[in-house]
Design a protein around this ligand. Structure first.
Ligand SMILES: *[C@@H]1O[C@H](CO)[C@@H](O)[C@H](O)[C@H]1NC(C)=O
Ligand SMILES: *[C@@H]1O[C@H](CO)[C@@H](O)[C@H](O)[C@H]1NC(C)=O
Ligand SMILES: *[C@@H]1O[C@H](CO)[C@@H](O)[C@H](O)[C@H]1NC(C)=O
Ligand SMILES: *[C@@H]1O[C@H](CO)[C@@H](O)[C@H](O)[C@H]1NC(C)=O
Ligand SMILES: *[C@@H]1O[C@H](CO)[C@@H](O)[C@H](O)[C@H]1NC(C)=O
Length: 423
């Protein structure tokens, strides 16, 4: 099992938002080269017939993760991927009509109508029982006219592809319409995005964490391996952090070693490679990450800055540079362009200039929600914790948590498919 990391491409080179999004999709998570496993022995028969679910998504990992999980049910997933990395999973949309890599993220009203016209009598489409939309979640606007169940799962800020005030407002209206039908599912794979959707729509999405059970690797540290520092895109901050950390290690006379993941493994690592390191050190660039799901499921001990420290580092250095689309676009803002619906006591999630607002929203990040993560206040504190943490015990606790999570997730999917299949 392998994954590949692409190097970051400077934003400046990309003129349009659409191009920018393509780039982001390619860098914001690992690319997965995974083979779906053998057919499981026991297929859970929800009903006599197969359920067919359609997807034309811009992200290969999120859909692949769900495809893997749904193998346990009698579901056929039609995966017409529009991602630039679809070649890796052999899921490229070959004969998709109307939508393509260029127009798919923000199709015009006309293109949406053309899509419906092109498919309303299509024999394959006629077999489709439901649609699933991750990336962008707003893809489901295109599927609304088909009047079949929609499964929406946000894995990043849901206004992706609907950035103007008009488009975003329309998307909010449509999302509320979708939420009215109990056969539709509105979910997020993390609490941050669930709360973010609630802030703008009042809808309370269910949380369906990514499972990432495909790594087939588990924590087994090898002697002499270093702690890994995961990707930090802000270059100046990265240098300063690594400099400080190296000094802390010396000052505390520690023999432990650290390496920057991207220096050690460049563009490629096997999951079993990183499972052989004693732990991973994060200064996260995003609030929820597929690679973090993978590492957590591999039971690898994780070290994060405390919420106060990360708030400060974000306020000063903008380290979580993919938290808001404005920041992604290098135009951090102090307000959203559309209003929230929860009242003034809840701070604006797109305010990048207010410590209270940043801290309020950061609490919903995966790494402040999941148990058994170790937090540090300073690089000295980090070294102390790296030296003294009971890594095996932490890993064991993560493993127990992961087993329970998998069971719960299975039940959630059973429930979702039952809802979708209800007549
Ligand atoms: C259901 O799908 C499986 C593939 O996942 C296929 O082998 C089987 O023939 C299908 N059954 C029906 C009744 O279509
Ligand atoms: C590095 O250390 C200096 C001096 O103690 C401190 O002012 C600075 O905030 C630290 N920066 C990071 C990123 O740790
Ligand atoms: C580190 O080692 C030096 C020299 O052996 C010693 O003076 C110092 O007290 C040690 N520091 C710590 C934190 O143990
Ligand atoms: C955001 O900045 C604008 C212009 O600088 C200012 O008028 C406004 O009051 C600020 N809003 C908040 C919520 O801080
Ligand atoms: C941060 O440091 C303070 C003072 O040393 C300590 O009381 C607190 O428990 C630390 N917090 C974490 C998360 O380690």
């Amino acid at each position: 099992m392998t994954s590949i990391r692409l190097s970051r491409i400077p934003y400046r080179r990309f003129k349009t938002m659409r191009q920018l999004i393509m780039v982001l999709l390619s860098i914001s998570s690992f690319l997965l080269l995974m083979n779906l496993p053998q057919k499981p022995q026991t297929i859970i028969k929800r009903s006599k017939r197969n359920l067919t679910i359609w997807s034309n998504d811009f992200h290969i990992s999120t859909i692949q993760d769900v495809k893997y999980q749904l193998q346990l049910f009698n579901v056929v997933l039609i995966d017409n991927s529009l991602s630039n990395h679809c070649g890796l999973t052999k899921t490229c949309a070959e004969k998709l009509k109307v939508l393509n890599k260029q127009n798919g993220i923000s199709p015009t009203i006309k293109e949406r109508q053309e899509f419906y016209e092109a498919y309303k009598n299509d024999p394959v489409m006629n077999q489709v029982d439901a649609f699933i939309c991750f990336h962008p979640t707003a893809m489901c606007e295109v599927f609304m006219p088909f009047n079949r169940p929609l499964i929406i799962i946000a894995s990043t800020r849901y206004e992706m592809g609907r950035f103007s005030r008009e488009e975003w407002t329309k998307w909010n209206k449509n999302l509320r319409l979708i939420a009215l039908n109990p056969r539709n599912i509105i979910a997020a794979n993390n609490l941050y995005d669930a709360e973010y959707i609630r802030y703008f729509t009042g809808i309370k999405p269910i949380i369906l964490p990514s499972l990432c059970d495909y790594t087939k690797a588990s924590y087994s540290p090898k002697p002499g391996r270093s702690f890994l520092i995961t990707t930090i895109f802000k270059q100046q901050f990265r240098s300063e952090f690594i400099f400080n950390l190296t000094h802390s290690i010396q000052r505390l006379n520690s023999t432990l070693t650290v390496d920057y993941l991207r220096s050690l493994y460049k563009d490629h690592y096997d999951y079993s490679d990183i499972a052989g390191h004693p732990g991973m050190i994060y200064v996260p660039y995003q609030v929820s990450l597929m690679s973090l799901f993978e590492q957590y499921r591999m039971n690898i001990p994780l070290f994060f800055p405390s919420i106060d420290l990360l708030t400060e580092w974000h306020y000063i250095y903008r380290v979580i540079d993919q938290r808001t689309w404005d920041d992604v676009n290098s135009q951090p803002s102090n307000a959203s362009i559309v209003p929230g619906v929860l009242g003034v006591e809840i701070p604006d999630p797109n305010n990048e200039f207010d410590r209270k607002a940043i801290r309020y929203w950061l609490q919903f990040s995966d790494f402040y929600q999941w148990p058994h993560i170790t937090y540090f206040n300073s690089t000295d504190d980090l070294v102390e914790k790296l030296m003294h943490a009971d890594l095996n015990e932490i890993s064991r606790s993560m493993k127990i948590y992961n087993v329970k999570l998998k069971e719960r997730l299975h039940e959630q999917w059973e429930d979702i498919l039952r809802r979708v299949d209800a007549n």
